[in-house]
Design a protein around this ligand. Structure first.
Ligand code: C2E
Ligand code: SIN
Ligand code: SIN
Ligand code: FE
Length: 499
């Protein structure tokens, strides 16, 4: 607060000065009256008036002390007491545009900060989904910390890459989107991760000039971002990724932001780890069950791995198409990764005489076979109910995949004969992966086809059985698909060893 004539300091000095002059005047006048023993009424009257003014000024000083300082301080101290007792919902009305007002404003901010942080902790503890938690942080802490964008990137230990996980921005257009990945060794983030120390860049344009090949900087500058604060995300001392707070203004960040943001970052890491961990536990159990089910008509667990990898490869490719930007998030890809292997879990309900029949199924038998989609969805719905997982949508993608992976784009599939976008995208993706894998694999009722022949069939079915976009994405990721096929194909390894 500057020294202005609105400030209490100014008013207090002025009043004290006036009071001092008043007291001086009273003393001088008193001495004067006593010394001259005057009988002039006029003079007496004037002396009386001046004394009255002096007394008024002194009373004003006391009034000011009580009303402008003591009462507001008392209110702040009472509110502070309540806050110490744990009642963070304390808001004071601002008594004026002065020092006390500034104190009241700081107090209100402190109480809001505590309340929001407390809410965040509660959300994390109660197992609120990571996406909701992230959204909450973006919307809530704006009032305390300057930012226009929050992004998070996660380390993939296996692949030694760092991948943008999620971002929220005031801007309509996010260029540095989720899924964007870089080899860890190639980014400047390595320093943040290894040192565990936050990094502030207060002029990204200048930074970009010095690092002309940093694509991530290029993308973020294109979004209009000018400064950023990067914090390591740690769980039990292990760095799992980084959190970016960024602003469209230059020179936004300084060390004073770090303590509070580190605090936020630790809650975000816990929320993220928690969501992954709980999911992993549930999925480990279910996937074990699925493997058991698969083993009846599939001799190895490789089918499960291939399905997963084909589906993820297609989804990653599709994520580059603008029309899927908002749909295919990192969470979506994780769901595809986790649930695509469960697509045929309903086969547990199909008896051996049908499932393992060496020859062609009769129409009646095929009708029974078709129910594996309905059974699979039921199994996952029941699991969802039994687990009472807080996240009611945990199995949604899994259920979609199990139920709809035999629907066809032209409406000629089963169980419901849905068409085009009526079929969930997850199921449209898995359908292509499933058929490609079925074609290139040996089954009790068929031998394996070559990759070339299988690709031909997929291409022929574009727009008929399959979503044309999904087939395009599949074909664009052919190199990756073949790599998966080669590394995981039973037949290919047989060919390799026998030939
Ligand atoms: P699956 O063996 O995993 O096959 C999945 C899907 O791949 C099939 O779904 C079909 O769309 C495609 N597919 C598999 N083999 C071929 C093929 O040789 N040519 C072509 N064009 N497409 C193929 P579909 O037909 O709805 O079958 C679902 C499941 O029903 C199959 O899963 C399999 O477990 C069973 N099934 C289908 N036909 C027969 C059969 O003739 N005999 C037996 N024992 N089971 C069958
Ligand atoms: C981000 O800013 O959201 C991610 C940055 C990266 O992946 O390098
Ligand atoms: C980078 O670290 O390469 C980009 C800067 C940022 O996203 O904060
Ligand atoms: Fe199936």
């Amino acid at each position: 607060m500057n020294f202005s004539f609105k400030s209490l300091k100014f008013k207090a000095i002025l009043l004290m000065l006036l009071a001092f002059i008043s007291i001086l005047l009273i003393i001088i006048l008193g001495a004067f009256m006593m010394s001259i023993e005057s009988h002039i009424n006029m003079l007496k009257f004037i002396l009386f008036g001046v004394s009255l003014i002096c007394v008024t000024i002194i009373s004003l000083l006391f009034h000011f002390l009580i009303k402008s300082i003591l009462i507001p301080i008392d209110r702040v101290s009472k509110a502070m007491e309540k806050m110490a007792e744990g009642d963070f919902k304390q808001q004071l009305s601002i008594s004026g545009d002065n020092e006390i007002g500034a104190m009241e404003r700081s107090f209100n901010l402190l109480s809001q900060k505590l309340l929001s942080t407390y809410d965040l902790i509660e959300k994390v503890n109660s197992g609120e989904s990571f996406e909701h938690t992230f959204e909450y942080v973006f919307n809530t802490f704006k009032q305390f910390i300057p930012y226009n964008r929050i992004g998070m990137a996660v380390i993939d230990d296996q692949e030694e890459i760092i991948r943008a996980e999620i971002a929220r921005s005031d801007n309509v257009k996010i260029h540095l989107r989720n899924g964007y990945s870089l080899p860890l060794a190639k980014t400047s983030l390595k320093q943040v991760i290894e040192s565990g120390q936050p990094r502030i860049i207060n002029d990204l344009k200048k930074y970009k000039a010095r690092h002309p090949h940093s694509e991530s900087t290029h993308l973020i500058v294109k979004e209009g971002i000018q400064s950023s604060l990067t914090l390591p995300l740690k769980v039990n001392d292990k760095c799992i990724g980084v959190l970016f707070f960024s602003s469209i203004h230059k020179n936004t960040y300084n060390d004073s932001h770090i303590v509070f943001l580190n605090h936020i970052a630790s809650h975000i890491s816990i929320s993220f780890e928690k969501s992954i961990l709980v999911g992993d536990l549930i999925l480990a159990a279910i996937t074990g069950f699925a493997k058991l089910a698969e083993s009846r008509d599939n001799d190895t667990g490789r089918h499960i791995e291939r399905m997963r990898n084909y589906s993820v490869a297609i989804a990653r490719q599709l994520a580059n198409y603008p029309q899927y930007f908002d749909i295919i998030t990192e969470k979506y890809i994780r769901d595809i990764h986790n649930f695509s292997p469960l697509h045929d879990i309903g086969k547990v309900g199909i008896k051996d005489s049908i499932l393992l029949k060496p020859g062609k199924l009769s129409p009646d038998e095929f009708e029974v076979m078709k129910t594996h989609t309905l059974i699979g969805a039921k199994v996952l719905e029941k699991t969802q109910e039994v687990l009472k997982n807080k996240d009611k949508n945990f199995f949604t993608i899994g259920i979609e995949i199990a139920l709809f992976h035999h629907e066809k784009y032209n409406g000629k599939g089963y169980p419901y004969g849905l068409k085009k976008e009526q079929i969930p995208l997850s199921a449209r993706i898995v359908a292509v992966a499933d058929v490609f894998d079925a074609l290139t694999s040996k089954r009790p009722y068929k031998s394996a086809m070559t990759v070339e022949k299988s690709l031909e069939i997929i291409i022929k079915e574009k727009g008929k059985s399959f979503d044309p976009d999904v087939v395009d994405a599949f074909l664009q990721s052919q190199a990756e698909i073949l790599k998966i096929y080669r590394s995981l194909s039973d037949d290919y390894s047989e060919l390799q060893t026998s030939g």
